[in-house]
Design a protein around this ligand. Structure first.
Ligand SMILES: [Zn+2]
Ligand SMILES: [Zn+2]
Length: 128
């Protein structure tokens, strides 16, 4: 019978032009596999851990976050002094507390709760 012995050598030792060092394990990242010797395995694992810690400080890449415009409530924009959205028109005030339906305007929310839930806007507590 024949027996095929797969020999794996440390990719990093080879890359550093060192002798072929028997690999003792594999490390996988980004769909690639590294054969590593004992020494390099420790080093690679430490680098992966450090990268994880660094990336833990980042923000989610998906979905892309838009920079939020910091406009204090009640303040006016610089564009011709147009008032910014009043609190009553914000998303929270246009979202039906009953079913989560978002109406285009505050008064549409009032119509919605009246028709769908037989309630009035005043029947709910709204954020202030
Ligand atoms: Zn090595
Ligand atoms: Zn509703």
């Amino acid at each position: 019978m024949k027996q095929v012995i797969v020999q794996s050598f440390c990719d990093l030792c080879l890359a550093e032009d060192e002798d072929q060092i028997q690999a003792v394990g594999e490390e996988t990242m980004h769909g690639k596999v590294l054969d590593v010797c004992e020494q390099h395995r420790d080093r690679v694992r430490r680098m992966i851990r450090e990268l994880d810690e660094v990336f833990a400080l980042g923000t989610e890449a998906e979905p892309p976050q838009r920079p939020t415009r910091r406009v204090p409530p009640g303040s006016r924009t610089g564009m011709g002094g147009r008032p910014v959205l009043l609190l009553k028109e914000t998303l929270a005030w246009r979202t039906c507390p009953e079913c989560g339906h978002v109406a285009p305007t505050r008064s549409a929310t009032g119509q919605h709760v009246k028709q769908r839930h037989s309630k009035k806007l005043g029947d709910y507590e709204w954020p202030t």
